[in-house]
Design a protein around this ligand. Structure first.
Ligand code: UDP
Length: 316
């Protein structure tokens, strides 16, 4: 298949690129490098079935996108970590709206399949627990996080409209917290912050009292779920994530254990509208895709250790 991946230089986009190339597909990777990193694709420099194109999908698409038939498009372009989407507030709204619509139009022209990377943030600070896909969410439309949450919610509406009105073969994945190699140490997410702080012997920064929860999925599990969804006949959103739920304090303890670090914990202010708890109900993924995660937090963190150690050496 000829596949286009937007956001290909990002954490998930680059892992998806690797997976699809391993299967023998041809991949055109697109990224404007606002938060993506060329380093994530550096190992593909001699891969003849991969081409990288630096472009902002919010702009009119260049002819390269139309060269040759596209069979499938994965739309992963967006800032995704809270500090980054707060910094790039308007860009985040634009890529979820105008950018995503540009790519949906491309999918319609090519009669290509289309999978959009949506998010558990669609549920906001959820009042139902765990979250099923039928829950409509509890999102503050004017809070700081709204630039991400509402962009992703609008994008879901766009995707469903292109499916219903234009017959595009669309898929929507709601991605829960994911970690693994290539999670950018500087982007401020909890796992990358804790791993780097632990390896440096610095205090682990716990925001709030650390009793808020998240459910962490290892990247390989997530990519498998996404690929299965893209090949399914399921058009409604599907949660992909690991339902094992941890408090942020438990997560910190696990990182200390894995790294053997003696770092202390320090407590800082909780960011505004930070969800209190989050856990996917994955019944739909289990039933319709035969998918469930296999790698638990300790194992996944152990598999990620070399990556973060490497980043530590590079920064030294
Ligand atoms: N968090 C933390 N310390 C950090 C970074 C994050 O305690 O150094 C908390 C954050 O407040 C949130 C959770 O960890 O409750 C997950 O944060 P992250 O930014 O990774 O993703 P989110 O799930 O909020 O999008």
């Amino acid at each position: 298949m000829h596949i286009l991946i937007t956001g290909a230089a990002g954490f998930l986009g680059s892992h998806l690129t690797d997976r699809l190339l391993r299967e023998g597909n041809t991949v055109l990777g697109v990224d404007n490098l606002a938060t993506g990193d060329r380093e994530n694709l550096a190992h593909l420099v001699n891969e003849s079935r991969f081409r990288f194109f630096e472009w902002d999908i919010c702009r009119p698409l260049p002819a390269d996108f139309e060269a040759g038939h596209l069979d499938y498009i994965f739309n992963f372009a967006s800032p995704a970590s809270p500090p980054e989407y707060l910094r790039l507030a308007i860009e985040t709204l634009t890529v979820g709206s105008a950018g995503t619509q540009n790519i949906l139009e491309l999918a319609a022209r090519h009669e290509a399949g289309f999978l959009h990377a949506s998010t558990s943030e669609c549920y906001g600070d959820p009042l139902e627990h765990p979250q099923t896909e039928d829950y409509w969410g509890n999102v503050n439309p004017v809070g700081p996080r709204s630039v991400y949450d509402e962009a992703k919610r609008y994008a879901e509406a766009l995707v469903m409209a292109y499916h219903r009105s234009r017959g595009v073969n669309t898929h929507l994945v709601r991605i829960f917290n994911t970690y693994g190699p290539r999670l950018q140490p500087s982007d401020g997410r909890v796992i990358s912050n804790f791993m780097m702080q632990a390896l440096r012997g610095e205090p682990l920064t716990i925001y709030g009292d650390g009793n808020q929860t998240r459910s962490f999925c290892y990247v390989d599990d997530l990519i498998e779920g996404i690929v299965r969804l893209s090949r399914s006949g399921v058009h409604l959103p599907v949660n992909i994530g690991n339902p094992n739920e941890f408090t942020i304090l438990e997560c910190a303890q696990t990182v200390l254990e894995i790294t053997g670090s003696k770092s202390e914990l320090c407590f800082e202010a909780l960011p505004e509208d930070d969800p209190i708890r989050r856990r996917p109900d994955i019944t739909r993924a289990r039933k319709l895709l035969g998918w469930e995660p296999k790698i638990e937090l300790k194992e996944g963190l152990t598999r990620s250790l070399d990556f973060f150690k490497g980043k530590l050496i590079m920064a030294a």
